[in-house]
Design a protein around this ligand. Structure first.
Ligand code: SF4
Length: 728
């Protein structure tokens, strides 16, 4: 027996005085954990816990979810009053809601009358409720009528959307977490699951404890996931497409494809096969850095598995080949017959808690319910439902977020409404974004936090309620619609986003004629009506049923799928006309910035477990922020020694865009020619990043750019900056 084993201190759980637990869904990542928030006798949120009978998380939460109740009253920087000013360099003055909303409505009208309807742009988020997305879409498309309306999901999931549409004819992840229980081989591209989506990782590990199957992680960095994998393929940045083409090459060369599936369910095979013939493993190895034998081994493992699946995150999406990377993953799964079957799937792991909800219902890329502006029938249907003239709609989608901001530079866009998004931290090339925002005639920022960095450039600030200060639904990575009950009232005089959208609608003549329901549940009823019989059918859902079942995966309708559906395309019928999936030939063109003599290091970026996106929320919660309070860089110890940089000191990185100072962390997790910086910090990694755009998805390549590194000249000043960053 181990010494002292019987003398363990008893575990004491603090009694927080919880009198009532209220049901919600976590508001950070897209895993979609069911969570309960505990209220004390005064009705204050004092605790969070996972919901034991929820299929997604089975009682577990990650560190962000565990402290999520602290978001409400306790987090610093919450906005409690509308603010406005004439010029962005003046101090804000408090305003009434009427004054702030009147001014917003007046400015939108003034800009549109003078410069045209599309001169006013709207950029939203993946963080608000689905009902709010739908209402914003109704307002943007049906009332304000701008075609330059998009979400910050262009920065994270646009490539997945584009890739699904190109391969399968529609957006919509075909698989689910339950696929882990059936798969015989899991390939993960650019996904550090234990840090990005800890509970999905836990689900995977739980299965692996019962049943072993190979996990192959493809990532330039030795991530936490790579450390746990059976095989780690440390790929050269931006070359996933080459590896995927080479895997397909081997599978076809060795006859491991599913001929029956290819023949019955796909088109374009000949052209695809002819292209991948050029990607023999030897040629591919020289581009992607994975040796020939490993490529053959992985292809055989995947091709011979009864069921194999691929998951991916930003390592694929945030690339100039992001959309092609997703299509290449789909190609791999189509030729091996791994779509729509248990354990066989393409499953994008989404970023934000409701990035899926905006894809489904916000009308950013078209019209609600996966309808397209390009289709006359879709325009007619929605116009009739909303009671407006279909000619009011544009005939094709407008700019993506990543094109809207450059269009401000050219004067094409004069006014902007940002909703729960923070481009001053999240967009590549911060210096350019700053100059861009300074050029706006009018910027309105709607956010739960008045100290969000982008608010520095606004004319009007609208304080929004956060997460469970509201009611509504999120859709998670596996198409599960889950509910957030209203846990407490909005902070101060902040308002729900739904209320704000409805109030803006009333400031337009067309908006006053249309129906804008006041409650989220009444909006949800519109979603049910508009989705009935469609791929993303919500018609069999209700708030009560969603809460009871701890989330329901669409399609769900009373007749054919009253309990929801785990997978899409189980019948092998796809959404392209004719019902076949497309195999698409994808030549690789190396168009990224690469290290050279002047800028000799790859700069890679990603997430850490304790922070979410631009730290607007987690930077304010001591229990999250304390683990990574300051920007840091992972650098290989050999490279650091060569540069005369010590562990724990400060270094200055310079790219062709700008510079940043970070604390040095020496680690073998990165190769000698690469550094990694978490993307969460303001004035940090995006001062350096280039963000070239994918031609299909317009998603930026954050992870492939070049920097040079030197010791920070003034270590004391760098340390002082670091100390102030720890102030939260
Ligand atoms: S894994 Fe994601 S959804 Fe679950 S608790 Fe953590 S942040 Fe929330």
């Amino acid at each position: 027996m181990l010494f002292g084993r019987r003398k363990k201190n008893p575990i004491r759980i603090t009694d927080k005085g919880v009198r009532e637990w209220r049901y919600a869904t976590c508001g950070y990542c897209s895993t979609g954990c069911s969570i309960e928030v505990g209220l004390n006798a005064e009705g204050e949120p004092v605790a969070s816990r996972g919901v034991a009978d929820a299929d997604v998380n089975r009682g577990k939460l990650c560190i962000k979810g565990i402290f999520e109740h602290e978001l409400f009253r306790k987090s610093a920087g919450r906005g409690d009053k509308p603010l406005q000013r004439t010029n962005r360099w003046e101090p804000f003055a408090e305003a009434t809601w009427d004054a702030a909303l009147d001014r917003t409505g007046d400015e939108i009208r003034r800009i549109q009358e003078r410069y045209g309807r599309d001169a006013f742009a709207i950029v939203s988020t993946g963080q608000i409720m689905t009902e709010e997305f739908y209402t914003l879409g109704k307002l943007a498309r049906g009332v304000i009528g701008t075609n330059n309306y998009d979400g910050n999901t262009t920065l994270c999931m646009s490539s997945a959307v584009s890739g699904y549409k190109r391969s399968f004819g529609s957006d919509g992840p075909p698989g689910c977490y339950e696929d882990f229980e059936h798969t015989d081989c899991l390939l993960a591209f650019g996904s550090n699951l234990p840090e990005q989506h800890p509970i999905i990782y836990w689900r995977l590990q739980q299965v692996r404890e019962q049943r072993n199957f190979p996990i192959i992680v493809v990532d330039p960095r030795v991530t936490m996931f790579a450390q746990q994998a059976d095989m780690h393929l440390a790929i050269a940045p931006g070359t996933d497409l080459v590896l995927l083409n080479a895997l397909a090459h081997v599978i076809l060369e060795e006859g491991l494809q599913d001929r029956g599936y290819i023949e019955a369910r796909t088109e374009g095979f000949e052209e695809f096969a002819s292209l991948v013939r050029e990607y023999d493993p030897l040629t591919a190895s020289r581009i992607c850095g994975i040796d020939e034998d490993t490529i053959r081994n992985v292809a055989r493992l995947y091709g011979k598995a009864d069921a194999a699946m691929t998951i991916w995150t930003m390592g694929i999406n945030q690339s100039t080949h992001g959309s092609d990377g997703v299509v290449a993953i789909n190609n791999l799964n189509l030729i091996t017959g791994n779509v729509g079957k248990p354990g066989g799937s393409s499953l994008s792991i989404t970023g934000q808690c409701n990035a899926m909800g905006t894809r489904e219902w916000s009308s950013c890329s078209g019209l609600p319910g996966y309808r397209a502006l390009e289709k006359p029938q879709d325009r007619e249907e929605i116009a009739k439902f909303w009671g407006i003239d279909p000619e009011f709609f544009p005939k094709k989608r407008g700019m993506f977020m990543t094109d809207i901001l450059p269009a401000i530079e050219t004067g094409q866009i004069r006014g902007l409404w940002l909703i729960a998004t923070n481009p001053m931290t999240s967009m590549a090339n911060t210096a350019r974004i700053r100059r861009t925002l300074e050029r706006l005639d009018f910027l309105v920022v709607q956010d739960a936090y008045h100290d969000v960095e982008t608010n520095e450039y606004s004319h009007v600030y609208l304080p929004a309620a956060v997460w469970a200060e509201k009611e509504g639904c999120f859709t998670n990575t596996e198409r599960r619609v889950n509910l957030i009950r209203n846990v407490c009232t909005p902070h101060g005089d902040s308002k729900t986003d739904l209320w704000i959208f409805n109030q803006v609608a009333r400031r337009f003549e067309q908006g006053r004629k249309m129906n804008f329901p006041e409650t989220a549940e009444a909006v949800f009823d519109e979603l049910k009506q508009l989705s009935k019989g469609r791929m993303l059918d919500y018609s069999g859902m209700s708030y009560e049923k969603i809460e009871r079942k701890r989330g329901i995966q669409w399609p769900c309708n009373e007749d054919t799928a009253p309990q929801g559906s785990q997978r899409l395309y189980t019948d092998g019928v796809f959404q392209h006309p004719g019902g076949r999936a497309k195999l698409i030939a994808l030549p690789f063109i190396d168009n990224n910035e690469r290290p050279d003599a002047e800028y000799p290091f790859w700069l890679n970026s990603g997430r850490v477990v304790e922070h979410f996106h631009t730290r607007t929320r987690t930077g304010k919660l001591g229990n999250a922020n304390k683990f990574s309070p300051t920007p840091y860089m992972e650098i290989n110890p050999d490279a650091a020694a060569e540069l005369g940089i010590e562990h724990g000191s400060y270094a200055r990185l310079t790219s062709r865009r700008g510079d940043a100072v970070v604390m040095v962390q020496c680690t073998q997790r990165v190769a000698r020619d690469m550094v990694f910086i978490p993307f969460h910090y303001h004035e940090c990694v995006n001062r350096l990043s280039l963000g070239l755009l994918d031609p299909h998805s317009r998603q930026p390549a954050y992870k492939q750019c070049a920097v040079r590194i030197e010791p920070a000249g003034d270590q004391a000043a760098a340390a002082e900056r670091n100390r102030s960053a720890r102030a939260f």
